[in-house]
Design a protein around this ligand. Structure first.
Ligand SMILES: *[C@@H]1O[C@H](CO)[C@@H](O)[C@H](O)[C@H]1NC(C)=O
Ligand SMILES: *[C@@H]1O[C@H](CO)[C@@H](O)[C@H](O)[C@H]1NC(C)=O
Ligand SMILES: *[C@@H]1O[C@H](CO)[C@@H](O)[C@H](O)[C@H]1NC(C)=O
Ligand SMILES: *[C@@H]1O[C@H](CO)[C@@H](O)[C@H](O)[C@H]1NC(C)=O
Ligand SMILES: *[C@@H]1O[C@H](CO)[C@@H](O)[C@H](O)[C@H]1NC(C)=O
Length: 480
């Protein structure tokens, strides 16, 4: 009996030990899985293409403490990931943290994804920004005639299929020292931009917040098939040349759902500068801008130019809101620019507190050098504005063409402009322009004769869609 009991007890004890063991194991598993759950990152996002390979900046020695430079980690990560370009592409995840970095280069079939609490901090050490050549269509840097220009924080050239996105993560250019040195004329080279992509196709920049750029924010140049969506851009309204989005010599671009507060034009459509832009000869065309909200007290909501020497054509802007901005859609050009701005369609603008609703400038000046051809006159033609409501406006319009080179086929219809407490006495100042109007108050200048109220819908807006609107986004996944 005793032996039986002993044996039973032993079995029980063993069972209990076994049970404890299982419990311990279960417990360890619990800790493990909790730890793994913490490390496990997974999310989804819309993009033009999804990627087969993933990595995190931390896998390449990245440190998100706000003071360690990650320039080498970015380079190592993207150099490594570039090998997957032909086998499904790759995505680089930037976790929560403050990631200080200098300029780095993107690769093809690649996605850079910023977590919502990730902040890329632009280095304030100039040696972290390599110098690159001026753009051929500009002939020199935009700030300085001297030498080259600093490469943008995020730079890419000759790429195909590149995505910069996030869950509204932040790119902070920490631009103050650049602005100060620029104002004091202490910079030998042109300031860097936040994002510049050259000679590329299938480009997406979306769901990000860009703050305090040293200069322009987003500059796609010589690109086609570009989507810029859900971008917030914030810069002090007195910061120098902090343009929001500048499509430059690009074909088939869609800019939508962006909110921009800046020290220069919210969107500036460009295509090269004087003799350099004329000889490069690459226009910006097939551009859609929709659902843009802008605050820019000293500049335009949308500028066409002033660098427009390669030409700007087929621009469609709609659902534009602006508060406290200098002007609505402004055309800027000059003798010597050559090129053209034609087939421009604007529909639906709600504007509050503006200096001018309509502004065209034929004598903008601002030449790269004195080698420009004084006979190179821009062609400004077929410019359409309709369905505009503005309030608290100082002056309705200042439309100045070029003597001997009239800005022609201007159409303005269905525009109601409410004036400020101290409006200009002359509301429409028109020289060297011609066109028509209908349903516009206050009454336009005589060179835009009123066609009668039945022509209130006369200004064109194309009903067909541009190819970029057929480019659909897919739902992509990241798991690690
Ligand atoms: C990026 O690429 C450009 C053009 O190839 C090059 O000049 C520049 O030095 C590169 N930048 C970095 C940070 O490697
Ligand atoms: C990029 O493409 C342009 C235009 O095709 C070409 O002139 C240039 O040499 C290319 N640059 C690089 C770095 O491949
Ligand atoms: C993104 O972040 C900015 C800055 O914090 C904020 O103003 C904006 O509303 C956010 N946008 C979205 C879509 O969450
Ligand atoms: C109207 O515009 C002026 C500047 O011209 C501004 O100071 C004032 O606050 C604006 N009023 C309203 C009601 O927005
Ligand atoms: C005039 O413009 C307003 C504001 O966009 C719009 O609501 C209205 O329908 C337009 N009228 C016509 C006749 O198109």
């Amino acid at each position: 009996m005793d032996e039986l009991w002993t044996s039973l007890r032993r079995t029980q004890v063993l069972n209990i030990i076994g049970l404890l063991g299982v419990l311990v194991l279960l417990n360890t598993n619990g800790v493990e899985s909790r730890k793994r759950a913490h490390d496990l990152v997974s999310f989804q996002y819309p993009a033009i293409s999804c990627r087969a390979h993933s990595a995190s900046l931390e896998d390449f020695g990245g440190v998100g403490d706000g003071t360690t430079s990650n320039t080498k980690a970015f380079k190592a990560a993207i150099d490594h990931l570039s090998q997957f370009a032909t086998v499904g592409g790759s995505q680089l995840y930037i976790p929560p943290g403050k990631w200080l970095t200098g300029s780095f280069n993107l690769t093809s079939h690649f996605t850079l994804y910023l977590h919502k609490d990730a902040v890329l901090l632009g280095s304030q050490d100039e040696s972290e920004w390599p110098l690159i050549e001026p753009l051929p269509s500009y002939g020199r840097g935009r700030d300085n005639a001297e030498g080259g220009r600093y490469s943008s924080l995020i730079f890419g050239t000759n790429l195909t299929d590149v995505v910069i996105t996030g869950d509204n993560g932040t790119i902070d250019g920490q631009g103050e020292p650049w602005w100060t040195k620029f104002r004091a004329k202490q910079l030998k080279y042109t300031r860097p931009y936040l994002i510049e992509i050259l000679y590329s196709e299938n480009v997406q920049i979306s769901s990000l917040t860009l703050i305090k750029s040293p200069s322009w924010n987003i500059h796609p140049t010589y690109c086609s098939n570009v989507i810029i969506q859900g971008i917030t851009i914030l810069a002090p309204v007195t910061s120098p040349n902090t343009d929001g989005i500048n499509p430059d010599s690009c074909t088939n671009t869609r800019i939508e759902d962006c909110y921009i507060v800046s020290g220069d034009d919210c969107v500036a459509v460009k295509s090269g500068w004087d003799e350099y832009g004329i000889s490069f000869g690459m226009p910006t065309k097939q551009l859609v801008i929709r659902r843009l909200t802008c605050i820019s007290p000293f500049s335009a909501v949308i500028a066409l130019g002033s660098e427009m020497s390669g030409g700007i054509e087929d621009v469609r802007a709609e659902d534009i809101t602006a508060i406290h901005s200098e002007s609505g859609v402004r055309i800027k050009s000059a003798v010597g620019r050559g090129g053209f701005v034609k087939d421009i369609y604007v529909r639906g603008m709600t504007l509050k507190t503006m200096k001018w609703v309509f502004w065209m400038t034929g004598n903008y000046g601002d030449h790269p050098d004195n080698k420009y051809d004084p006979k190179a006159l821009p062609v400004i033609q077929n410019i359409n504005y309709r369905d505009i409501v503005a309030e608290n406006v100082t002056m309705a319009a200042k439309l100045e063409g070029i003597p001997g080179d009239k800005f022609s086929e201007i159409c303005i219809s269905n525009a109601t402009i409410g004036l400020s407490a101290k409006p200009k006495k002359l509301q429409w100042d028109c020289t060297d322009v011609e066109g028509i109007s209908s349903g516009v108050t206050p009454k336009p200048c005589e060179v835009l004769p009123d066609q009668g109220p039945e022509k209130i819908k006369q200004c064109n807006f194309p009903e067909d869609s541009l190819p970029i609107d057929n480019l659909k986004l897919r739902t992509c996944y990241y798991k690690k």
